[in-house]
Design a protein around this ligand. Sequence first.
Ligand code: NAP
Length: 298
Amino acid sequence: MLSPRLSLSRHGPSFSRIVAGMWRLADWNLSLAERIRLIEQCIELGVTTFDHADIYGDYQCQQLFGAALQQAPALKQQIQLVSKCGIKLTSSHRLEHRIKHYDTSAAHILASTERTLAELQVETLDLLLIHRPDPLMDYDEMARAFETLRAAGKVRHFGVSNFTPLQFEALNSRIELVTNQVEFSPLQLSALQDGQFDTLQRHGVAPMIWSALGGGLLFRHNDTSPLQAVLAQLAAQYGSSVASLVYAWIMQLPCRPLPLTGSGRIEVIRDAVAACSLSLERQDWYRILQAACGHEVA
Ligand code: NAP
């Protein structure tokens, strides 16, 4: 049985082991009351950490979430908020962007964070991530921007997302990072193979995992997939759903990953929480890895 909360690093924040991802919030077409109810149901399940980014839902998701917090302000004391910056989309909401690009300048990090706080209707973010590595990123400048935000009481902790191990090391040597949020699932194994998880384990830093269910691809009907067959077989053996099995498989890694959910359906979030009580026998864990790789792994 995994603890329902986890400290991301030695001095890092304490987050719920399962984090609710809000990327698709605008697609769920929830009324204000339904958004409040979803947040409440997550909290009832122990899922108290919510993952955002300035760009989600074409810059609209944070406002949708913030409207719920404004309507039910008592929720603010019960949750932890993560957001990201560093990507600039072309959008009717950002007419000044002529091309989709990265911006990790201090000016953009500070401006994006101010806007995020206003949209989410909070004074402080628990964690701010640089969304993706930027070829023009200046690690000293980024670290200074982080220090400025911390000193102003606007952000408590900092991290990165989709950084290579070397990029993580470069920024972490200047300011303490508490996570690298990366893609990982049986359909995307790179972090296990390119030193990402080893680097994070070396630093005692827990990764956050996006698209843990392959963005839904794991469920796309495909009778011929050996991976889907193995997952279905093992789910039946453990008496769990396929989603729970996959979340449990991920959380069994010793780098202590925190999976992000991607669904607005509370039953999927419940499946993720159920995975905290599911421990796979070592050989079954390897059956999933072997099916994911398509060949023997030892
Ligand atoms: P995911 O859980 O892999 O994918 C979610 C999709 O899977 C949804 O379309 C969902 O459909 C479907 N799904 C989930 N359970 C299912 C089931 N049991 N049966 C059938 N379909 C199922 O996660 P994700 O949305 O790709 O990513 C999760 C979070 O990670 C995002 O919300 C965001 O916060 C974060 N993220 C971060 C980055 C980054 O670069 N840092 C990138 C992408 C995402 P339904 O909606 O119908 O349930």
